[in-house]
Design a protein around this ligand. Sequence first.
Ligand code: NAD
Length: 262
Amino acid sequence: AEGRFTGKTLMVTGAAGNIGFATARRFAEEGANVALVDINEEGLRDAVSKIRGGNGVATFHVCDATDARAVDRVVDEIVSRSGQIDFLFNNAGYQGLFCPMHEYPADDFRTVIDINVNGVFHFLQAVAAHMVTTGGGAIVNTASMAGVQGPPNMAAYAASKFAVIGLTQTASKDLAPYNIRVNAISPAFMGPGFMWDRQVKLQAEVRSQYFSADPKTAAEQMIKAVPMRRLGGIAEIPGTVAFLMSEDASYITGVNIPIAGG
Ligand code: NAD
């Protein structure tokens, strides 16, 4: 396809998931070659075949974000196939458990930090090292509104997403001399979908003072806190990522854009 990103290569992590897939498909529609990375091989195959079905150019690469060496290998593989990586959408993530601070299991805390912080760092570093040699590029990290204000019962997730925003700010400074822009997006309540359903169910099950124990009521409480009074749709995310990668954002780096309905 011909479009804004014709001749460019986008690497997407978490590409078997909702946001990663929707964004990969959007870039393919706008002409990019898309390299889909995830730990979920079956999901990747499905995502790639859908993009190819729409005449997009897509490859898939199974990789665990927490394994630095596997990340280096996958970046090398994509570079050797595509010539270079122009854009990284650094988006793989895990929401963690829902429970109050004093009960949060340390092993799940470590798992969340390993995927959401170390994983984001591994891809950011490996792709930035490549982009330093090619003359530049653009990176978007997926943070969350949980990385702007910590929600109840999500200690690990909040800590990890605050870290993603910090990494974004420092990376934008370190990489500015190399013509690499680094920004973040922060979705809030997106749905319908797995993350929204899981979040409503688990927030209700905690029985904290913040949400009803009835999932339907808990969902209403969450939506009432949103000025636009509705969930965000997954389809409302890719356009912001595309804007941040595009030349329209050529002087924008180090920012975090909330996609949160106010
Ligand atoms: P999703 O669960 O559909 O997708 C996440 C993907 O990340 C999955 O395909 C999963 O296999 C992959 N992944 C998990 N661990 C991995 C690992 N170790 N290595 C490689 N891949 C791994 O969720 P989504 O809604 O598409 O979420 C994408 C990003 O958006 C995440 O970073 C999430 O924290 C963030 N986010 C989502 C929402 C929401 O409501 N959906 C809100 C705010 C932020």
